[in-house]
Design a binder for this molecule. Structure first.
Ligand code: DGL
Length: 259
């Protein structure tokens, strides 16, 4: 059975691979992390759309049966313009659907500058549930803090308190983790927000959606799990270390060029 392609700007999409492995253990993943051009979260929509199309094309050349755009920034700004002969799933719609269903009425969204500026989550949430109050906050320092491994550090805690303060003031009851890296901060964010605020992991939401869609299309893998394989455009050694930390084991890595 052909693998599921998963694309991200770098290492963060491994949280989506983790969610896919849990929900769809028989599936094999072919992952592409565009580590040479990370971060996407500060780039223009045009540039992110161009990079995303090239990366998806490479996964298609390798014969994937569908593509998950794990990167929230790419999902927010590039998905509507993407051309692909196989199904493509972004993380915005599944994450928004889960949050709209779970919320008592006030949803907070955190993400990169580009994701928040696009208001893709806000638009999807208001379309799915008109009248829902949505408060958004860009948290650009979270990505480097996570990549540094400071997941439960006093510095990260101070930064998070500052980013979350306006959302807490708005009385949110649900928080969408609108960036690949943020699920790794979930324990810290839960501690700061308290039990009254539910967290929505868009990676878990897209894994759930995939399970249903692949089953309906007769595309589910069965039997023994195929081997996952990871392509990166730069810094393979660093990617391998972070992958080990996120997925809990060594990964099969290949350096590729995407022009
Ligand atoms: N993968 C990106 C996202 O989910 C975060 C890292 C980046 O800025 O490239 O938005």
């Amino acid at each position: 059975m052909r693998p599921i392609g998963v694309f991200d700007s770098g290492v963060g999409g491994l949280t989506v691979v983790r969610a896919l492995r849990r929900r769809l253990p028989a599936e094999a993943v072919l992952y592409l992390g565009d580590t040479a051009r990370l971060p996407y979260g500060t780039k223009s929509p045009e540039t992110v759309a161009r990079y995303t199309q090239r990366n998806v094309d490479l996964l298609l050349e390798r014969g994937v049966k569908g593509v998950v755009v794990a990167c929230n920034t790419a999902s927010a700004v590039a998905l509507p313009r993407l051309a692909s002969p196989v199904p493509v799933w972004g993380v915005i719609e599944p994450g928004a659907r889960r949050a709209a269903a779970a919320s008592a009425g006030r949803v907070g969204v955190v993400g990169t500058e580009s994701t928040i500026r696009s208001d893709a989550y806000g638009e999807a949430l208001r379309r799915l549930r008109p009248g829902l109050e949505v408060a958004s906050e860009a948290c650009p320092l979270f990505v480097p803090l996570v990549e540094e491994g400071w997941l439960d550090d006093p510095v990260t805690e101070r930064v998070a308190e500052r980013y979350l303060a306006p959302l807490v003031a708005r009385g949110i009851d649900t928080l969408v983790l609108g960036c690949t890296h943020y699920p790794l901060l979930a324990p810290l964010l839960t501690r700061l927000l308290g039990p009254g605020v539910g967290l929505v992991d868009s990676g878990e939401a897209v894994a759930e959606q995939l399970a249903g869609d692949l089953a309906r299309a007769g595309l589910l893998a069965s039997g023994r799990r195929g081997e996952d394989h990871f392509l990166v455009t730069d810094a393979a050694e660093r990617f391998g270390q972070l992958a080990g930390r996120i997925l809990g084991g060594a990964v099969s890595l290949e350096l590729v060029e995407v022009i």
